[in-house]
Design a protein around this ligand. Structure first.
Ligand code: UTP
Length: 289
């Protein structure tokens, strides 16, 4: 089993980031000087993926423009001798083969993934949510792919979250079967803290079998009237044993205000060009408040 293809759902409305998402996809919000989705695509490429399908929707054209070549801009930068900038812009246009499919209505993550069925064409595939950035030594999706290929199993990326936050995530229960790997017994979407079987949360990275499409198709709308991927994965459990891998890395949910700001601050601090000055200014600011 080899995972070559990745699907990046990016068609959600992003209501938690309104009003900016009224006219701008949340996947295009800048983290320092690159859009969120740049980090996600890069993670997939660094994991050895060479074919990426982005699920887009209404108002998401900026994503396609970003990954496209921009000959006018390249010409202008060359004329002006801005060669470093030219290199950066050219590299983005040549990153990898990226394909697009439109989800006409935002009917949920399960429905978005279902739009990948034709493209995936019967192969196991990776899913990376377009609004979760994970910074890690080994790319987060590669951590999952290694387990999936070794165990010939579906794998869900998970992370421990504080108990009061379980209601924002899909939560799993399961037995630990290896270092950072669990056999999933059950999965619940956004449980109340009382119902939650654990604090192990599903965090936006998956390796899935193509059979998942059949299970998504059978689903009635779940919580919030949306077709939930979690529900399909739960229904698969009896016939497709599924593993969960605790992801090593720092995750930013940039679809939330705090996650977005933290990503900018922390990744800004790591930058050679602005990191030092940003730290000085932050220290100053903290002393003042
Ligand atoms: P979210 O749960 O963050 O939903 O989706 P959302 O609608 O984008 O954001 P809020 O809750 O309104 O603020 C997780 C991922 O699934 C994609 C999103 O783009 C995001 O990457 N998604 C969600 C779709 O592609 N289609 C959908 O119908 C829903």
């Amino acid at each position: 089993m080899r995972v070559r293809k990745a699907v990046i759902p990016a068609a959600g409305l992003g209501t938690r980031m309104l009003p900016i998402t009224k006219s701008m996809p949340k996947e295009m919000l800048p983290i320092v000087d690159k859009p969120v989705i740049h980090y996600v695509v890069k993670e997939a490429i660094e994991a050895g993926i060479d074919d990426i399908l982005i699920i887009t929707g209404k108002g998401k054209r900026a994503i396609e423009d970003y990954f496209d070549r921009s000959f006018e801009l390249e010409y202008y930068l060359r004329e002006k001798g801005k060669l470093e900038e030219l290199k950066q812009v050219e590299e983005i246009g040549e990153m990898v083969d990226i394909y697009y499919v439109r989800q006409k209505k935002p009917l949920g993550l399960g429905d978005a993934v279902l739009h990948a069925e034709k493209h995936v064409n019967g192969e196991p595939f990776a899913v990376l949510l377009g609004d979760d950035i994970i910074i890690s030594q080994k790319p987060a999706i590669k951590q999952l792919i290694d387990v999936a290929e070794r165990e010939k199993s579906q794998v869900i990326g998970v992370e421990k979250v504080p108990e009061e936050l379980v209601g924002r995530y899909g939560i799993i229960s399961g037995e630990k079967i290896g270092e950072d790997v669990y056999m999933v017994r059950d999965l619940v979407e956004k449980p109340s803290p009382k119902e939650a079987p654990s604090n192990i949360a599903v965090v936006g990275r998956y390796v899935l079998f193509p059979e998942v499409f059949d299970f998504i198709r059978e689903l009635p709308p779940g919580k919030g009237g949306e077709i939930q991927l979690t529900d399909a994965l739960r229904n698969m459990l009896p016939s497709y044993p599924t593993l969960a891998k605790m992801i090593e890395g720092r995750r930013y949910d940039v679809g939330t205000r705090l996650g977005f700001i933290m990503a900018n601050v922390e990744l800004g601090l790591e930058r050679e060009d602005i990191g030092e000055e940003l730290l000085t200014r932050l220290k100053q600011l903290v002393r003042e408040v």
